[in-house]
Design a protein around this ligand. Structure first.
Ligand SMILES: Nc1ncnc2c1ncn2[C@@H]1O[C@H](COP(=O)(O)OP(=O)(O)OP(=O)(O)O)[C@@H](O)[C@H]1O
Ligand SMILES: [Mg+2]
Length: 258
């Protein structure tokens, strides 16, 4: 029998196995995803790509522990996910995910204190400041969210997530509400942060271009209900544009756009 430490090393950080997710509404039982399986390695930049309504957000929330499987299972480090935890931190698309009554510093420090990762408010602030610096917002540490641009608010949300030093950073279309130029610079910034911290990223988008820029591995989901359609690894030799076209033509042979 292999020793436990060895088993831990060999297994993926995240394993999603035959996952089906359903919503019960007053009118019907909606299947969001069906029989979806994939795994994510530690330190990997993993992207879930698919058309609107294929269940990307549902999958991410399920990995976050907010939606229980209808069938199948989700394992983190080999243990089933039973609810949310500080090992999986989410960043959303909406700019209003910050607490408006707290400063940038307090927004980043607060979860550290609440989760017990920092014992005192002072320790939480000391741990928060380097991450605020990493996203270029040191000058705004004492500002309130309503005085920041959308891109700056997303930077705060990213700093807050990274400060928790989670096992996985779960991002649901975090740049979708930004203008094209800010979106591009935020993608570069995320890649730069990844180069430095090598966090495990699970990133959801319906933009093929964004998927190819951000992902080391892309899982493509089919339209509603989402099933795994294919998997891609953008490689340095394959021109990004060529891969974008390959994915695009696959999607449109389904007769369904993104
Ligand atoms: N709370 C809910 N109650 C009922 N049905 C829901 C709920 N949330 C999502 N759904 C349904 O589940 C399916 C998947 O939704 P989901 O939001 O996960 O898709 P998505 O891929 O994230 O789409 P988008 O790209 O538009 O964000 C859709 O058919 C949606 O209508
Ligand atoms: Mg969504």
């Amino acid at each position: 029998m292999a020793e436990p430490a060895r088993i831990l090393q060999d297994q993926p950080l995240l394993a999603v196995e035959s996952l089906t997710l359903r919503y019960q509404t007053h009118a019907a039982l909606v299947t969001a995803t069906e029989d979806v399986s994939f795994s994510v390695e530690r330190g990997e930049r993993f992207v879930l790509l698919g058309p609107s309504g294929c269940g990307k957000s549902s999958l991410l929330k399920s990995v976050g522990g907010f939606i229980p499987p209808a069938s199948g299972r989700i394992l983190v480090n080999g243990r089933p996910v039973t609810g949310p935890g500080p090992d999986r931190v989410m960043v959303f698309q909406e700019f209003d995910q910050l607490m408006p009554w707290k400063t940038v510093l307090d927004n980043v420090a607060f979860p550290l204190k609440v989760s017990g990762k920092a014992k005192t408010k002072r320790e939480a602030e000391e741990r928060a400041l380097p991450y605020i610096d990493k996203v270029g917002l040191t000058k705004f540490a004492n500002s309130y969210p309503h005085t920041l641009s959308g891109g700056m608010k997303q930077r705060v949300a990213i700093a807050r997530a990274l400060a928790m030093e989670p096992e996985m950073l779960l991002m649901d279309e975090p740049f979708a509400a930004l203008d094209a130029l800010t979106r591009r610079s935020m993608q570069s910034e995320l890649l730069r942060l990844w180069e430095e911290f090598h966090f495990t990223l699970m990133f959801v988008t319906h933009s093929i271009e964004e998927a190819v820029r951000v992902g080391q591995r892309i899982v493509l989901l089919s339209p509603h209900p989402g099933r795994v359609r294919d998997e891609f690894r953008p490689s340095p030799v394959e021109e990004a544009r060529a891969l974008e076209q390959r994915i695009e033509s696959m999607l449109f042979t389904d007769g369904a756009g993104i």
